[in-house]
Write a protein that binds this ligand. Sequence first.
Ligand SMILES: N[C@@H](CCC(=O)N[C@@H](CS)C(=O)NCC(=O)O)C(=O)O
Length: 198
Amino acid sequence: MIKAIGSLASRTFRVLWMLEELGLEYQWIDAAPQSNQARAYNPTGKVPALEVDGTVLTDSVAIMQFLADREGRLTYPAGSLERARQDGFTQFLNDELDAVLWTAARNSFVLPKDKRVPEIKPTLKWEFSRSVNELMRRMGDGPFLMGAEMTVPDILAAHCGNWAYAAKFPLENDAFNAYCTRMRRRDAYVRVKELARK
Ligand SMILES: N[C@@H](CCC(=O)N[C@@H](CS)C(=O)NCC(=O)O)C(=O)O
């Protein structure tokens, strides 16, 4: 039995997207970050969490990679050169896109008011744009980051694209915008969006 814990407006979206891509059965618990419900699964109150056979897993990218590895889909096998390149994309996205967006969020509404440094935001936006350009250079002709095969970092990249749009980051790279649009047309993505209306 799989339970996915966390709200759609959080990184939980990625995990639900992966579950839908893989066609796995799961129960979704719509818990806001730092809610009592979230803390019942993860003492830090952070989401997403994934409960699998009674064990709670945390951290969206680790969860997505676990699910892909377990199913042997949307990933190259561990130990292959392709997997090393795939993991390179995943690390790059975590370091250069997710971390930048998260730093902006922390300095906008997550940290206590007296700890926030809003002046950092223009620098973060500049860094984000530079990293998106580099991501597209690394992708080449696509249609996915690794070429013909969709893998874990594609969900991460497209989710960061959505996050950037919501956070009013500039999205000026046409190739990245077209890539995100393609990803948002996937049936699994649309099914997760529909969860909001249920
Ligand atoms: N590395 C973690 C980050 C989890 C995280 O920080 N989630 C946010 C919501 S997207 C959260 O729960 N924030 C509440 C907090 O930091 O107190 C992941 O990828 O899941």
